[in-house]
Design a binder for this molecule. Structure first.
Ligand SMILES: *[C@@H]1O[C@H](CO)[C@@H](O)[C@H](O)[C@H]1NC(C)=O
Ligand SMILES: *[C@@H]1O[C@H](CO)[C@@H](O)[C@H](O)[C@H]1NC(C)=O
Ligand SMILES: *[C@@H]1O[C@H](CO)[C@@H](O)[C@H](O)[C@H]1NC(C)=O
Ligand SMILES: *[C@@H]1O[C@H](CO)[C@@H](O)[C@H](O)[C@H]1NC(C)=O
Ligand SMILES: *[C@@H]1O[C@H](CO)[C@@H](O)[C@H](O)[C@H]1NC(C)=O
Ligand SMILES: *[C@@H]1O[C@H](CO)[C@@H](O)[C@H](O)[C@H]1NC(C)=O
Ligand SMILES: *[C@@H]1O[C@H](CO)[C@@H](O)[C@H](O)[C@H]1NC(C)=O
Ligand SMILES: *[C@@H]1O[C@H](CO)[C@@H](O)[C@H](O)[C@H]1NC(C)=O
Ligand SMILES: *[C@@H]1O[C@H](CO)[C@@H](O)[C@H](O)[C@H]1NC(C)=O
Ligand SMILES: *[C@@H]1O[C@H](CO)[C@@H](O)[C@H](O)[C@H]1NC(C)=O
Ligand SMILES: *[C@@H]1O[C@H](CO)[C@@H](O)[C@H](O)[C@H]1NC(C)=O
Ligand SMILES: *[C@@H]1O[C@H](CO)[C@@H](O)[C@H](O)[C@H]1NC(C)=O
Length: 693
């Protein structure tokens, strides 16, 4: 008897516990969540108003330990394609500790109620379409982390937040529309460790209030309009690990404060107006891993002390007024992987000790007035990890070295344009088994294009334009493996975030965000090539850009070219091509640029497909061509402007290098060097150049 009542009782308790854990989602919380998701328009998949326990809903976390009912403490609905707004009912969720609605399509203003959640520790509303200013009166006593980046918030930035929320450690307001000066009230955010105000329209001098933030580890001010000199009191922020003030209008000398910044690993100050020498403490910093000062007007020698800077991985001093020579001592920067000295007045030769830079993967010495390409290559071949070598605009009037033993086994990108190099395509290139990108444009190279160029297994970008190559286009180029199989697999980005410019025609440039995202290209334009265009080129399914213009090519345009199914640009202008334009070319669905002007073509311009979109100028200068949208099959009139006047001024060839390097939890930096070229006018309509920015 007693046993069975005990048994009954314990079942009752078990049921109660079961009931409680199943049913006890706080009903106010549930109502608030229901309200909230009617504001958010699109419900998250698993949200189901008929399911009583809101703690089981997707993205909802509850505290199960409270006795009466389970309270919602976390709402994490990032990246759920939510539209709509945040409504006031959120304030009911007063136990909320984490609110993450980032990466959605939410709009509207930020409600004041949201900023009075006293238990909230983490607030992430980044990557939405919120507008308006940050609510003035907040009461988030527990808040530690606020990310409002990538919205359309405006107004001034001040630290009213900190007055009631003294424990805030991370504040990210990047990529919004904030304007004006940064208020001195920031001095009160004494717990701040990471502050990101980058990519807004903030102005004024270096915000003095920030100098009181002794715990600051990361400070991002890049991409604003701050001006004036850098405050020397910055040296007080001795916990800084990361300091980015790039793309502003700071000027004057860099203060000699880096001795105090003993933890600084990354300093980025590119695209400002700094001048003078690099301070002593900077070039001796033992902690720095990444230093990017490109695009300033710094001068003096490049006096990096590699015996001190033992952690240096990435150094970008491009586009400054540093003068030479390139220091011998670089060789003791054992960790140096990325080095850009481009566009400085260095002169001299590549120092012998560069041999020792065994970690080097990316090197640009473009436009540094260096000479002796034979010696440069001889030395650099010892940098076994080198994958990208950019040496353009140097070595004026030298001979392309012919030493067949030169080895660049790991080089994937070799870029040596604008050097007026004489000679021919060197045999040692056959040792560059990894080659994917070769740019030897704008030199004085001659002879024929060797057959073996077709043997590179990974080559997808070949620019030999603006040289003096003669003979036929070798048929092996129609056999380039990656282009035939359309399996261009861009290698892993060694320096992610290098935006690359490919200049075409007057002023129009295409920007690619990565060096390896260039379109598969074969550019043989502006040479003296003769003979036919082989039908087998139609096999290059992977090719996107083919430039054969301004040569002496003859014969018909092969109908088989329609096999290049990914072709976007085809320029055959200024040759001696004859016959008709094959109608099969209308099958090229991606073709957006097509030019056959100034040949000896005849017959009817194909109708249909992309051909409806090409302008008259694509066809002019062919006496017997007719049709198209322009002239109903009668001879195309001679153009109003005489072709000899069609002189194009290549105003600028921006050739700039940007690199970003992952470091410490993939904090990326932008590492860039820029320069602009002025080149003699050429009669061209479609010159293309590789330009790093
Ligand atoms: C929502 O709940 C109802 C009733 O409990 C159920 O029939 C339905 O399958 C649920 N929907 C989802 C998406 O869970
Ligand atoms: C709280 O209870 C819900 C079910 O009501 C469960 O999904 C969740 O995992 C529990 N949380 C913890 C921290 O135990
Ligand atoms: C859960 O609630 C209990 C009692 O209210 C509280 O002591 C505890 O800190 C809460 N835990 C979390 C993770 O919120
Ligand atoms: C918020 O959610 C997004 C997407 O799920 C995630 O990437 C991000 O790290 C989360 N934020 C925080 C602060 O945890
Ligand atoms: C902020 O943007 C709103 C529109 O989104 C506009 O009405 C308001 O004037 C702006 N405020 C400031 C200070 O620019
Ligand atoms: C803070 O910013 C708000 C809105 O931008 C402004 O109204 C307020 O006066 C500012 N407070 C201080 C102390 O600058
Ligand atoms: C804060 O900055 C430090 C130093 O750069 C970095 O390691 C950390 O990941 C940052 N934390 C956050 C939350 O951004
Ligand atoms: C801040 O730096 C300045 C100049 O370097 C120095 O005079 C001052 O004492 C420092 N202040 C503090 C609080 O460290
Ligand atoms: C370079 O750094 C080393 C090691 O810190 C130091 O001994 C040497 O004096 C420095 N050289 C110069 C020229 O500053
Ligand atoms: C060269 O590259 C290899 C493979 O990426 C790497 O393991 C090695 O550490 C690098 N050498 C140096 C000196 O950094
Ligand atoms: C270099 O700086 C100037 C202004 O100082 C700017 O206009 C230009 O865009 C910058 N170039 C690069 C590549 O950042
Ligand atoms: C090369 O750099 C110099 C400055 O060192 C600059 O004046 C010149 O325009 C650059 N040349 C080209 C072709 O970019």
């Amino acid at each position: 008897m007693e046993f069975s009542s005990l048994y009954f009782f314990s079942i009752l308790i078990a049921l109660c516990i079961h009931f409680q854990t199943r049913m006890a989602c706080n009903s106010n919380d549930r109502i608030a969540l229901n309200d909230l998701y009617s504001c958010l328009k699109s419900k998250p998949d698993s949200w189901n108003s008929s399911s009583a326990d809101c703690c089981t809903w997707d993205g909802v976390t509850c505290n199960n330990s409270s006795v009466s009912s389970k309270r919602v403490i976390g709402l994490e609905l990032g990246n759920k394609r939510l539209t709509g707004t945040i409504c006031e009912s959120l304030a009911v969720l007063d136990q909320l500790r984490i609110l993450n609605l980032s990466h959605n399509l939410l709009h509207g203003t930020l409600t004041t109620k949201l900023f009075s959640l006293q238990n909230l520790e983490i607030l992430d509303l980044s990557n939405n379409y919120f507008v308006g200013s940050i609510p003035l009166h907040d009461d988030m006593r527990s808040i530690r982390f606020i990310d409002l980046s990538k919205n359309y918030l405006n107004g001034t930035v001040n630290a009213t937040l900190c007055e009631t929320s003294p424990h805030i450690q991370v504040l990210n307001l990047a990529s919004n529309k904030f304007t004006g000066e940064v208020s001195t009230t920031f001095g009160r955010c004494t717990s701040l460790q990471n502050l990101s105000l980058n990519v807004n329209s903030l102005s004024g001098s270096f915000p003095g209030g920030l100098l009181q933030l002794k715990d600051l580890r990361a400070l991002h001010l890049e991409g604003n309009q701050f001006s004036g000199p850098l405050d020397a009191r910055l040296g007080n922020l001795s916990n800084l690990v990361e300091l980015d003030i790039s793309s502003n209008r700071f000027s004057g000398n860099l203060p000699d404060i880096f001795g105090n910044l003993g933890k600084l690993e990354k300093f980025s100050a590119f695209t400002n107006k700094f001048n003078g020498h690099m301070p002593e403490s900077l070039v001796n910093s033992p902690s720095l891993k990444i230093l990017d000062l490109h695009n300033n007007t710094l001068d003096g020698p490049i006096n990096i002390n590699c015996s001190a800077m033992i952690h240096l991985i990435s150094l970008n001093l491009g586009s400054n007024n540093f003068h030479g020579p390139i220091p011998e001592t670089f060789s003791s920067c054992h960790s140096l992987s990325i080095l850009n000295l481009g566009k400085n007045k260095l002169g001299g030769e590549v120092p012998y000790n560069f041999k020792n830079l065994q970690a080097l993967t990316f090197l640009s010495l473009s436009n540094t007035s260096i000479s002796n390409i034979s010696r440069a290559l001889e030395i650099l071949q010892h940098c076994k990890n080198l994958t990208t070598l950019i040496l353009g605009i140097n070595f004026q009037d030298e001979e392309m070295p012919g030493d067949v033993n030169l080895q660049f086994r790991n080089v994937k990108a070799l870029v040596i344009p604008f050097c007026q190099l004489r000679g021919s395509i060197p045999l040692w290139l056959t040792n560059c088994k990894s080659l994917q990108l070769l740019d030897l444009s704008w030199n004085l190279l001659g002879g024929s294009i060797p057959l073996w160029l077709g043997n590179f297994k990974s080559l997808f970008y070949l620019d030999l334009s603006n040289n003096s190559f003669t003979g036929n286009i070798p048929k092996s180029l129609a056999e380039l493996q990656t282009l035939v199989t359309n399996t261009v697999i861009p290698p892993e980005e060694i320096a992610p975030g290098i935006p690359l410019f490919k200049y075409r025609e007057q002023g129009t440039g295409l920007q690619y965000t990565k060096i390896w995202s260039l379109p598969p290209t074969m550019d043989l334009s502006f040479n003296k090539l003769t003979g036919p265009i082989l039908p087998s080129f139609g096999r290059l399914k992977g090719l996107h850009v083919l430039g054969l213009n301004n040569n002496g090519l003859s014969g018909p345009i092969p109908a088989d070219l329609s096999g290049m199914s990914n072709l976007e640009a085809l320029d055959l202008s200024h040759n001696k091509l004859s016959g008709e334009i094959p109608t099969s070319l209308v099958k090229l669905n991606f073709l957006s640029k097509f030019n056959v002007a100034y040949n000896q073509l005849s017959g009817e311009i194909p109708a249909g497909g992309q051909f409806m979109t090409f302008p008259y100028s694509s066809f002019q200068g062919n006496k017997n061509l007719c049709g198209g949208d322009y002239v109903s099959c009668r001879p195309v009139q001679a153009p109003v402007q005489s072709p000899s006047k069609e002189e194009m001024k290549i105003v600028g060839l921006p050739f700039e290098i940007g690199i970003a390097t992952g470091f410490v939890l993939s904090v990326a930096i932008s590492f860039m060097s820029g320069w602009v070229f002025s080149v003699a006018e050429r009669t061209t309509s479609t010159s293309r150049f590789l330009c790093w920015r």
